[in-house]
Design a protein. Structure first.
Length: 483
């Protein structure tokens, strides 16, 4: 077992010494991240068979999808902070163990109630795992290499979102409609066990502290932030199921949010480690703008893929597998542009994000204008989704690289967790908004629903473009001032 150490919670950053196995360590980490992110979208194609097999309502099955996203979003920042304090390796092993057990529990659950409970536990364990990816990249890589590493991470995010319905359709087709949905979760068990062995062998241990350090976890801060996220996400996931009463919880967002900020300031003032060092993050160039770019982008991006899949299945009568295969061009475009963007982001900076967002918007608008009403649809959908995918793949990784560029590695997990929490919140809100627009406009025709929803998604991504332009101007102003 490897005894090489890189991870550290110390306030003073150690001198950087590149680990010769850093790319292999990244590969292990991203396999785990892919597995956790894949489970966000892979179950979408299984909803009909799960409802029939478990003999339950559509509202209950909706919690299989929404509950995972909710628990995922609630635990990201706390999971990142735990990794900062106690080491990525330890948190990856704990998170993997919980993810394997909860995946098996979902697949073997005899009734819908236990499926939902196990799915909540699975989402929470994914929230412990995912921030360790950005934390490891912060610690293992510097300079242009960090951009390339985040490029591969961005590829993982994009491909996992787009390929989930395809893999889900293939597994259900192979295992059968009645019980095939269970294998969507049981397949995580052997993959997760193999990943645990790889983590124990390859991922570095935490460097022993060389000076005084305070690794206490800010539990009140975690609870206040969790309450803030819960009051925002819970009404969103319930609105998707048609329940509007939880909207009253939205009043708790500013209340708990203010309490979180006040508590974090008090914690830092007393010399204790906060969950998020808000004063430091606010002072870092580009962090807040990058946070906004990521959240707004996922608000449009997630809904675009979802309503396109709905249109292909409900509007055109395609099977889940057929619809998933038609989404492959988006994943293919992302797989080309994400690693390329990671290679050039350190030279191009925010200009790359601006160009990528503009390309993504152009592709989505082309889908909205050219695809509805076509028969067959694929000659129009394939090239336009490819354009959108090329833009999308060059958004996530450069934005993470630029947003986290000045964040010290000692708090890379918490800062990365906050960035990904914004993405999860954006994804949940975007899915609810665009599906609602699709359903309202589709009363006339599915074509009208797709067009309205995609143009709404393009507008939301346009807000991310405005924030990226603002960040670009700020970076240029800082360069002019320094020059």
């Amino acid at each position: 077992m490897s005894e090489h150490v890189v991870d550290t919670p110390c306030v003073d950053e150690p001198e950087y010494a590149p680990d010769p196995r850093r790319w292999r360590i990244l590969g292990v980490s991203l396999v785990i991240g892919f597995m956790a992110l894949l489970d966000v979208s892979i179950v979408n194609v299984a909803i009909p068979s799960m409802r029939e097999g478990l003999h339950t309502s559509a509202g209950t099955i909706q919690w299989v999808v929404s509950g995972y996203a909710l628990a995922f979003g609630l635990t990201l920042v706390a999971g990142g902070r735990l990794g900062d304090a106690y080491g990525r390796r330890r948190l990856m092993l704990i998170g993997l163990a919980l993810f394997i057990l909860s995946s098996a529990a979902v697949g073997l659950a005899p009734n819908a109630a236990l499926v939902v409970l196990a799915r909540l536990a699975q989402g929470a364990s994914a929230g412990l795992l995912t921030p360790q990816n950005s934390g490891l990249i912060q610690q293992l890589f510097r300079g242009p290499e960090r951009g390339r590493a985040f490029g591969i991470f961005g590829l993982t995010v994009s491909v996992s979102s787009a390929i989930g319905p395809v893999l889900g359709g293939l597994i259900i087709a192979a295992a059968g409609e009645d019980e095939g949905w269970r294998w969507l979760f049981l397949v995580n068990v052997p993959i997760g066990l193999a990943a645990m062995v790889a983590v124990m062998v390859m991922v570095p241990r935490r460097r022993p502290s060389t000076g005084p350090s305070d690794n206490r976890i800010d539990v009140p801060g975690a609870l206040l932030l969790g309450a803030t996220v819960l009051c925002l996400l819970y009404p969103v996931v319930r609105v998707e199921g048609g329940d509007r009463l939880p909207l009253v919880l939205l009043v708790g967002v500013p209340l708990f949010g203010w309490g979180f900020v006040a508590w974090e300031r008090r914690t830092a003032a007393h010399g204790h480690p906060p969950l998020l060092d808000l004063a430091l993050l606010r002072a870092l160039p580009g962090y807040i703008n990058g946070l906004a770019v990521g959240a707004l982008y996922f608000t449009g991006f997630t809904g675009v893929l979802l309503v396109t899949s709905l249109y292909l299945q409900e509007g055109l009568g395609m099977s889940p597998l057929q619809a998933g295969l038609l989404m492959v061009p988006f994943a293919a475009g992302s797989s080309v542009s994400a690693p390329l963007a990671g290679r050039v982001v350190t030279e191009l900076g925010r200009k790359l994000t601006v160009a990528a967002l503009a390309t993504m918007i152009a592709g989505v608008i082309l889908v909205a204008l050219l695809v509805p009403g076509q028969d067959p649809v694929w000659p129009w959908l394939v090239p336009t989704l490819l354009v959108a995918g090329l833009g999308a793949g060059a958004v996530v990784s450069p934005n993470m690289t630029l947003t986290l560029a000045e964040v010290p590695p000692r708090m890379g997990g918490a800062a990365g967790g906050a960035l990904q929490t914004g993405q999860r919140i954006g994804a949940s809100i975007g899915a609810a908004v665009l599906v609602t627009v699709y359903q309202l406009a589709a009363d006339g025709s599915a074509d009208a629903g797709l067009r309205a929803a995609l143009l709404t998604g393009a507008a939301l991504v346009g807000l991310a473009l405005l924030m990226a332009i603002r960040s670009l101007r700020q970076a240029r102003s800082l360069e002019d001032a320094a020059g």
